[in-house]
Design a protein around this ligand. Structure first.
Ligand code: PMP
Length: 445
């Protein structure tokens, strides 16, 4: 690709990506002038689209005042206002907001607050955090310890305390009816079994992505699952932490994914869409009943230098205002239904799509070798790499995830910004169709 400087950068591998020049609305352009439709909002981040003028203006206004004030030295109007606004969007009692600079930091903060709460209320024996496999909760060692995906965690196993895991629901693979509350109970009861095995007095928390993100590829929990999880947590004094890094801030058609089921957790973790890619920002929002004892017993032993800086908070506030002003959560719900219908149409056409799923604009389809067995495509198909590459060439960005060891095949997340219109959906569907047709030809040869 022309115009590329010699690079000192490295991320995951040696492959180089196009160089980004500009991004506006749902579109991105590389330095060669090629246009891409951002069909995955980055990694489900840029929920309100790129280059929003009102957000940029709010950031400029804050830059003119102050870009940094160390949180142990100053409060700022931006952080106070964002905290108030955020608390107003949460279930009752979840009104204590701790700012961070990303999803992993938010998860670490949740784990550490939960532990400090247990210490503050005289339950020092509670330290185990049960999580699920597959799951993804972040890159830092604490978040990795509760992540259920061996290829990412195994190299670091000796450096982490192992944490108990239960399977995430996979009704579609187990032949169970996701609409039947008995299915939800079946999977949730695995949590209770695990709590009993571990000894309830040792279990601190359960952390769950309410709708699976990259881990299960937009898998929606079966009816009754989250309600039953809540009951089980209450029964055993276990805290319920919801990781809404990917699902939060409206992506599923409600501000929080748990709002769909009316299940209030004890701690909520937000990032990604919360500042929609304008700045690094996240938040850990906790119930006041957890925070008060921690503050009373000497304070929360935790914090990040950049956390809650005024520029990030001003941007976050402007993003939340924009979501509200433009009715983007309603649009995510409406456009999500329409896009889902289009993906269902593509599934009719391409037999190697085994499942279409999701909620709001958190949607995915899964590649299989045959629908009866739901077996993943063979590794030689390189579905993960190839499909993304083909879509790129078609000017469409999608987010792909590899098979999670029998828990879902290679899946493609289609999660455009919440500002999409019908015309954008046409463009996305046509881009997917052309890409799938080319992929089908490659599979056949
Ligand atoms: N939790 C979930 C559910 C995520 O999807 C991610 C990021 N993909 C994280 C946590 C970690 O967030 P970050 O990459 O911002 O640290």
């Amino acid at each position: 690709m022309s115009g590329r400087p010699a690079s000192h950068l490295f991320y995951q591998g040696r492959g180089r990506k196009p160089v980004l020049e500009q991004a506006r609305g749902v579109y991105m352009w590389d330095v060669d002038g090629k246009r891409y439709l951002d069909g995955s909002s980055g990694a489900m981040v840029c929920n309100i689209g790129h280059g929003n003028d009102r957000v940029l203006a709010a950031m400029r206004a804050q830059m003119d005042k102050a870009t940094f004030g160390y949180r142990l030295h100053f409060e700022t109007e931006a952080s106070e206002r964002l905290a108030t606004k955020t608390a107003g969007l949460m279930p009752p009692g979840l009104n204590r907001v701790f700012f961070v600079s990303g999803g992993s930091e938010a998860v670490e903060s949740a784990l550490k607050l939960a532990r400090q709460y247990a210490l503050a209320v005289g339950q020092a024996q509670r330290w185990k955090v049960i999580s699920r496999f597959p799951s993804y909760h972040g890159a830092t060692l604490g978040a990795l310890a509760v992540t259920g995906y061996a290829p990412m965690t195994a190299p670091f196993d000796p450096m982490m305390r192992p944490m108990p895991k239960i399977p995430a629901p996979r009704a579609y693979l187990d032949g169970l009816d996701p609409e039947d509350p008995a299915t939800g109970r079946h999977y949730a009861d695995m949590l209770e079994t695990k709590i009993m095995e571990e000894g309830p007095e040792t279990v601190l928390a359960f952390i769950v992505e309410p709708v699976g993100g990259a881990s299960t590829g937009a898998l929606v929990p079966p009816a009754g699952y989250l309600q039953r999880v809540r009951e089980i947590c209450d029964r055993h004094g276990v805290l319920m932490i919801t990781d809404e890094v990917m699902t939060g801030a409206g992506r599923t058609g409600a501000f929080l994914a748990t709002d769909h089921w009316g299940v209030p957790p004890d701690i909520i973790v937000l990032s990604k869409g919360y500042a929609a890619g304008y700045v690094p920002l996240g938040a850990m929002v906790a119930h006041e009943r957890l925070v008060e004892p921690v503050l009373d017993s000497g304070g929360f032993i935790h914090g990040y230098t950049y956390a809650g800086n005024p520029l990030a908070c001003a941007a976050g506030l402007a993003v939340l205002d924009e979501i509200e002003r433009e009715g983007l959560i309603g649009n995510a719900a409406a456009m999500g239904e329409r896009l889902r219908a289009r993906l269902d149409g593509l599934m009719q056409k391409y037999p190697f799509i085994g499942d279409v799923r999701g909620k709001g604009l958190l949607l995915a389809f899964e590649f299989v070798s045959d629908r009866a067995s739901m077996a993943p495509l063979p590794p030689e198909a390189k579905a993960f790499d190839r499909f993304v590459q083909i879509a790129y060439e078609q000017g469409l960005i999608v987010y792909a995830r590899r098979t999670r060891g029998g828990y879902s095949g290679d899946h493609i997340l289609v999660c455009p910004p919440m500002i999409v219109t019908d015309a954008h959906l046409d463009e996305i569907t046509e881009g997917l169709d052309r890409s799938l047709a080319q992929f089908a030809d490659e599979l056949a040869t």
